[in-house]
Design a protein around this ligand. Structure first.
Ligand SMILES: [Ca+2]
Length: 354
């Protein structure tokens, strides 16, 4: 397993897709592999490829002063042209239209698919849960497999990145204390907070329990991720949704060597490549939620249908009239109302500065 902080260009990625598709990487003399597949989970399928056009699934975008929802943005059209090209070239597995994430992962594990997107923390040999997912599922299937982990591809105009995991970003994972709590209690709560987040003994005890009873060290004690002993999972209250803050000090407990290196890159240099929504109604100040519950599922049907038809070539994504008709339909069926509400929502970048 290798990793690099470098990123391929889309041109280089296309050479890789071609080689995986036509180069018989499994040496069985049959034309039975693909460069890339995809599934019904857009993030796990297309995150970095969309990022190479400078936008992210689910996030609205400001294009030269105009607000677009991602699915009608000019960048999305360019992405669809590229995915359609990959489909026509035979690089994209045609089964992608019917796969869910598990089925896609099975094909990747079996070596049928050469390239895919993964969250960095999946590169974790200590996690039982992640052994069934690529990349950790692959060496068990094929001990000769070589895996290279790289950062998101660079697009034609230098764009790259991935969508922030959740729209909230720094506004997520809040810690609330009731305003009626008296001072004495507040002090105790904050002491507990400090202990389980900032004191290494507290971090270990609250997340993994007692060494030898609930967990063992995967490597050097206090310098490597703990591994839970058999049966020591969520029922004991460890790890799941505990209030733990990933600090530079305690991140070594969460990730082994390769993901730790990627994490360190991602939390410094990589921050430049985080794609956030342009506007977001964090505080329910607009009617966005109401409008979305009224039109959201209909609009989803419109973009999904167009998404798949454009990629497999049932509609011609290169035809301006086809694209315009799709955008107009989306706007007419409630999209325009959604955008009107989003226009009233705060600009995320400005909120982040406060
Ligand atoms: Ca083959």
């Amino acid at each position: 397993m290798h990793y690099t902080q470098e990123a391929f260009t889309i041109d280089e990625l296309e050479q890789i897709l071609e080689a995986f598709t036509k180069g018989d990487p499994d040496n069985d003399g049959k034309d039975n592999t693909f460069g890339i597949s995809a599934c019904d989970d857009i993030v796990y399928s297309w995150n970095t490829v969309m990022g190479s056009f400078g936008y992210a699934y689910r996030y609205n975008i400001n294009v030269e002063g105009k607000l677009y929802e991602w699915c009608i943005a000019p960048q999305h059209r360019e992405f669809l042209k590229l995915a359609n090209k990959w489909f026509k070239n035979g690089w994209l597995d045609p089964e992608f239209v019917t796969l869910n994430r598990t089925k896609m992962w099975e094909k990747i594990t079996a070596g049928i698919i050469g390239y895919w997107n993964d969250p960095f923390n999946y590169v974790d040999p200590t996690s039982e849960g992640l052994k069934k997912r690529p990349p950790m599922s692959i060496p068990q299937y094929n001990s000769n497999a070589k895996i290279l982990i790289a950062t998101g591809e660079i697009g034609k105009d230098g764009k790259r990145g991935v969508g922030q995991w959740t729209a909230g970003g720094e506004f997520n994972d809040n810690f609330f204390i009731n305003k009626n709590v008296d001072d004495e209690k507040l002090i105790r709560i904050l002491r507990i907070f400090d202990y389980i987040n900032l004191d290494s003994e507290g971090v270990i005890l609250s997340n993994w329990g007692e060494e030898g009873v609930h967990f063992k060290w995967s490597g050097e004690a206090h310098k490597s991720p703990p591994i839970r002993l058999d049966g020591m999972g969520s029922k004991q209250g460890f790890g799941f949704y505990n209030l733990d803050i990933l600090t530079d000090e305690n991140v070594k407990y969460n990730y082994t060597e390769v993901p730790l290196k990627i994490y360190q890159w991602a939390s410094t240099e990589g921050l430049k490549y985080v794609i956030k929504p342009y506007r977001w109604d964090f505080f329910n100040e607009t009617k966005y939620a109401d409008v979305n519950s009224k039109y959201g599922s209909g609009l989803q049907t419109i973009w999904k249908e167009f998404f798949y038809k454009a990629i497999v070539g049932e509609v011609n994504i290169n035809d301006d009239a086809v694209w315009d008709a799709y955008v107009q339909k989306w706007l007419k069926e409630g999209g325009a109302e959604l955008l009107a509400e989003l226009e009233k929502a705060p600009v995320v970048e400005e909120l982040s500065k406060k």
